[in-house]
Design a protein. Structure first.
Length: 288
């Protein structure tokens, strides 16, 4: 970045071009988000202050953010924030960055016809985005959130504290359903999960933003990507009340295999696969 008197607009233009030269997706958006983060201004505020000068105290850390983004560090890890269900969540390399598609899991639950307050289990909670969003929207519900990664649970608890819903959510560390064995009457109206579902062999096909930075445990699930989903389908009925529901996300090529797994399990009365925003079958809702 050559030395000169920089204005907000100058920095956005220069950084956008630099990101584009390095094949960064959404170069203008990333430039605006990173500069806004550093200056503590929204993107709208940046537009309203295009002529504002930016001095060395901000230029130096901005250069570092540019270098890290060119090295493909995700923007959400550089800003430590991601919006999910219109709420701000803290994220870092300990957790998967919440995706817009996962909001459909939350919306499916919130729009379902329910009889009174619900008891819900969020398996593999990660950043806690699902559990915390549900707690915020349904303050009378009681939730349990588990994760095999204690580091991820620390992030989830931080987000629950930020959104003042820690009393609603019990956080437990362990593998899938193992942590809830100690809970008396561990039966739930809902079990929700955004499991890892990527094949190990697909690692090299992923964007470096994902492959090199997001936690493997939240991405990969064996040779066929179904290691966790198989266990989820097999073990969930034991922990659901009558008419309870299992809701989870799958990869966009796994629908037929998941149908076969559900058809083979006698506990499920009904199930359906729902399409995501790209019209691919990505959400599974099954009832016992």
């Amino acid at each position: 970045m050559p030395y000169k008197m920089w204005r907000v607009l100058d920095l956005i233009r220069w950084t956008s071009e630099y990101f584009a030269q390095h094949a960064i997706p959404n170069p203008r958006l990333d430039a605006e988000v990173l500069l806004g983060h550093l200056l503590e201004k929204s993107r709208l505020q940046l537009y309203l202050h295009f002529e504002m000068p930016v001095f060395q105290e901000h230029l130096t850390p901005f250069r570092e953010l540019i270098k890290k983004r060119v090295a493909r560090t995700p923007v959400s890890y550089l800003t430590n924030r991601k919006e999910f269900m219109s709420l701000d969540f803290y994220v870092d390399e300990r957790v998967l960055i919440p995706r817009p598609e996962t909001e459909q899991l939350v919306e499916t639950i919130l729009t379902a016809q329910t009889d009174g307050p619900q008891r819900l289990l969020d398996v593999g909670t990660g950043s806690g985005a699902i559990a915390t969003s549900l707690a915020v929207h349904q303050p009378e519900w009681q939730l349990v959130a588990t994760d095999i990664s204690e580091a991820a649970l620390a992030v989830a608890q931080q987000n629950a504290e930020t959104h003042e819903c820690t009393e609603q959510i019990t956080f437990l560390s362990g593998d899938l359903f193992e942590p809830i064995q100690a809970i008396e009457n561990a039966k739930f109206d809902w079990i929700v999960c955004n499991p890892p579902y990527i094949k190990k062999a697909e690692r090299d096909t992923l964007s470096p933003d994902v492959r090199d930075y997001e936690p493997d445990v939240a991405l990969f699930a064996g040779d066929d990507g179904l290691a966790i989903i198989r266990r989820l389908i097999a073990e969930a009925p034991e922990h659901l009340v009558p008419n309870g529901k299992l809701l989870f996300e799958i990869g966009d090529t796994q629908a037929d295999t998941v149908r076969t797994l559900l058809d083979a399990h006698p506990a499920y009365c009904t199930y359906n696969l729902r399409k995501d925003y790209a019209q691919k079958e990505r959400l599974v809702l099954a009832s016992v």
